[in-house]
Design a protein around this ligand. Sequence first.
Ligand code: ADP
Ligand code: TRP
Length: 325
Amino acid sequence: MTAPQKRVLSGIQPSGTLHIGNYFGMMRPSVELQAENECYYFIANYHALTSSPKAEDLRQRTQQVAVDFLACGLDPEKTTFFRQTDIPQVLELTWILCCLTPVGLLERCHSYKDKVANGIIPNHGLFTYPVLMAADILVYGSHLVPVGKDQKQHLEVTRDLAIRFNNQYGELLVVPDPMIQEEVAVIPGLDGRKMSKSYDNTIELFGEGKAIRKKFMKIVTDSTPVEDPKNPDTCNVFALYKLFATPEELAEMRQTYLAGGMGYGHAKQALYEKYESYFAEMRERRKELLAKPELVEEILQEGARRARATAEAVMAPIREAVGIA
Ligand code: ADP
Ligand code: TRP
């Protein structure tokens, strides 16, 4: 007998152009999980509102993330794919959880503290963000949540709130497990810090032409002279090459580093070529999808119908338990 399928859920904010950190940290593992699990993936457009985007930008980015995720192999036949804002039950559960959330728990969240430390004047939405994220996860009875390492604490908040709820009202919420991709936990950006749109150090997932090649050439390296041996394990170019290369190609590149006589330009060019070929097929699929906005909308609507049905089944006993139904 096969084990029952796990319900896997993850979300991505439509807050900018997707980069290869997003791809290897979140999108690729999500796509791989589709084969053997019941997956729910959504575009977190309520979350994106916390940074007060312009309406037209938010609409465009939401559409763009939908297209990009589908291009990367998200299969809408297998997976329930939807926009967060199409599921009203999420906000309903958010409020119920808010009323169980100690303010101190949210005050301790690193991502909130970091944003405030960086001079962002926080709105209430930014503060409450982890509760909304908990509701996203709990409202579908999710078992597993694949995310990058930076989201680990938010998963701890989710588990904490689920346990609080269950202690108070009975075992109605599934306490989910995070699934962190340790081996690709943090993809470095052009400057060696975590690749992130907030650091302006990204390599776009679907970059094109001269501009994207230029970015590869800008990856920061040390100043070891061409003829000297180089250390692959401290090199950003090598760290990124690892993501694309086969074990044999990687071993060969390691040798080239250690042997000396290689300029970093050579490694950058090899990395760029790998990037081009790795995403070539997805880039084609993306072009096709961009030409069919109605199809993309239909996929999201169908996903939302399925997600609402699941969310409603979870919410009905919760309303009873808390005394609002
Ligand atoms: P950004 O840091 O560019 O704002 P997000 O916070 O929107 O990216 O991240 C979306 C998803 O991609 C999350 O699951 C996050 O963990 C993952 N992710 C983002 N950047 C990286 C990275 N450099 N390495 C690994 N995963 C990442
Ligand atoms: N906070 C996540 C991020 O910025 C996005 C997100 C929102 C999410 N709700 C979620 C991820 C639920 C996993 C599960 O990347």
